[in-house]
Design a protein around this ligand. Structure first.
Ligand code: COA
Length: 156
């Protein structure tokens, strides 16, 4: 069974993330969406809020699990018996960051591969912080994020 872990801050999950997840599901038997800790980010939503938004957004999909960790992504992946980490690449600007992170992960453990999916051009401009900013400015974001995220903003 080929298991992949799709880690991220997901603050919040966007339609771009969901596109990557659906495509990863066509390749792997199971994908675990992992809310992980990014030391450089001050998040808008709590880990539990992010998990709930993701769980609702993936409820129609098969072979998906949602979890969180405050440790190393690689340690989680190893414990979950995953063979790969999945990440999305939107543009060249993502490349350098992803390359460094993949190198660091490889330094920790070479047995887990990193697999990248190119973002669909429709979603390549979306980012979580942009969604947060647009929402704060009163711009409609319904076509950028799943319904659970809109609901979570309303409850905030
Ligand atoms: N479509 C749209 N947006 C996308 C996207 C896609 N396909 N793929 C990524 N993004 C955006 C996100 O919205 C996010 O935007 P933002 O920076 O404006 O918030 C950005 O690209 C990347 O965020 P995300 O994918 O949510 O993850 P991240 O880069 O914050 O995740 C971790 C980094 C959490 C995976 C990493 O820090 C980690 O593994 N931490 C755990 C500790 C660890 O193992 N550290 C060692 C790492 S070497």
């Amino acid at each position: 069974m080929k298991i992949a872990v799709y880690p991220g801050s997901f603050d919040p999950i966007t339609n771009g993330h969901l596109d990557i997840l659906k495509r990863a599901l066509a390749v792997f038997d199971k994908v675990i969406v992992l809310v992980a800790y990014n030391k450089d980010k001050k998040c808008v939503f709590s880990v539990n809020e992010r998990i709930e938004m993701i769980k609702d957004a993936v409820k129609e999909l098969k072979n998906v699990e949602v979890d969180s960790t405050d440790g190393l992504t690689l340690a989680y992946a190893k414990k979950a018996k995953a063979c790969c980490l999945v990440r999305g690449l939107r543009a060249v600007t993502d490349f350098e960051y992803e390359f460094k992170m993949a190198e660091a992960n490889h330094y920790i453990d070479k047995s887990i591969e990193e697999v990248f999916f190119m973002s669909n051009s429709e979603y390549s401009f979306i980012s979580s912080s942009m969604v947060n900013e647009l929402h704060l400015s009163g711009v409609k974001i319904d076509s950028l994020v799943p319904a659970s995220v809109i609901k979570a903003y309303k409850n905030k």
